[in-house]
Design a protein. Structure first.
Length: 212
């Protein structure tokens, strides 16, 4: 009897371990980029994969999708298996906010939406994970992650549709992993994209001021 109980308990534990091991390959376990938590999950501190962002200078509110490209600084192809990406308002990288606990530990709103993600084996982040850390996505596809272990290579481009309302400057936030636990990972240095509508209004006011 005790042997059977031990056997069933062992089977359950192994099943739970298997579930834990297979969940991460199907997507990031959180909705915010927090360096300390990612390091704990990967069991190694952040390293550099040599990745940078290439972004357009501006977006048009409600306008055409724009490319967000992750590439290597030296132009070499870098392979990776996992990703978490989202865009926030303001000019501060979200991992800086989550580290300092400013604003309750990161930006509350993730804005715009990513397009054609399924073709790249990406998916919307699980809504419950975002709700758990008080993130409000303006669209189901405002925060995306990998749906299976990727066999992706840089340069890697995802398309992002700006929100209809002018949000001023926005910041692109991306973290990339080369594999599962104890594999190198990197929070890609963020870039900012400015609203063309905001630039146009600023230029118009400057012109009016000069005429006056």
């Amino acid at each position: 009897m005790q042997f059977l109980q031990y056997y069933h308990l062992t089977t359950i534990l192994l099943s739970l371990l298997s579930l834990t091991a297979t969940c991460l390959p199907n997507g990031a376990p959180r909705c915010k980029i927090t360096e300390s938590i990612i390091a704990q999950g990967h069991k190694i501190p952040q390293g550099s994969l040599g990745l940078v962002m290439k972004l357009p200078a501006s977006y048009t509110p409600g306008g055409a999708p724009i490319p967000i490209t992750i590439t290597s600084a030296n132009g070499a192809a870098v392979k990776f298996a996992g990703i978490l990406a989202y865009v926030t308002t303001g000019g501060t990288q979200d991992s800086v906010l989550t580290a300092s606990k400013v604003g309750g530990g990161g930006a509350v709103a993730h804005v715009g939406r990513f397009r054609r993600i399924h073709a790249q084996q990406l998916r919307p982040q699980t809504a419950a994970l975002c709700t758990a850390v008080n993130v409000k996505n303006s669209h189901a596809k405002s925060t995306v992650t990998h749906s299976v272990p990727l066999n992706a290579t840089t340069p890697f481009t995802i398309m992002w549709s700006p929100p209809r309302r002018d949000k001023g400057v926005v910041t692109v936030n991306v973290v990339v992993s080369s594999g599962s636990s104890k594999s190198p990972w990197q929070i890609v240095p963020s870039g900012q994209i400015w609203s063309r509508a905001r630039h146009a209004n600023t230029a118009k006011k400057a012109t009016v001021s000069k005429k006056a």
